[in-house]
Design a protein. Sequence first.
Length: 149
Amino acid sequence: MAPAIPGTPESLAALHARCFTLPRPWSAEEFRDLLALPGSFLIAEPGGFLLGRAVADEAELLTLAVDPALRRRGAGQRLVAQFLAAAAARGAGRAFLEVAETNLAARALYARAGFSEVGRRRGYYRPETGPAVDALALARATAGKSPAI
Ligand SMILES: CC(C)(COP(=O)(O)OP(=O)(O)OC[C@H]1O[C@@H](n2cnc3c(N)ncnc32)[C@H](O)[C@@H]1OP(=O)(O)O)[C@@H](O)C(=O)NCCC(=O)NCCS
């Protein structure tokens, strides 16, 4: 059976739980609240989704998740490219996100999509066990061709 396109807060939370330990997965209630924020938008495809937000000139990639069974087939890359296009269409000239320094898969994806490091929050993520992990702040312009496309 083909994987479903996540859309409800419950389905987003279920997929998030399969994808995240750091930061911890978000609940259906948290997704409901985020989806209700002004400027928030969801991009989804079978087995993957990206939640973004555009306010004035800035867009933020709030979270991105691809089912572990469907990785390395370009879904993450497509979702990020669509996020950049959606952000530009909403008038945001610049896109930001935060990623754990230890998340090498996501960092490779974002680097390939043209993001570069603009800041660091030391010890921002606190796992239940083990040392705190820095958050890297990444940014890029929304306009222009993404190297990921
Ligand atoms: C990060 C994530 C979204 C990538 O999704 P994906 O669909 O597998 O990504 P893609 O297939 O589009 O990969 C695009 C490129 O990113 C890089 N990349 C992706 N996963 C990688 C990995 N595990 N190791 C190294 N590079 C990786 C590669 O350059 C890849 O291109 P290639 O497959 O041609 O080598 C997915 O691994 C995921 O959901 N991780 C858990 C949640 C998460 O970390 N989200 C981001 C938090 S900010």
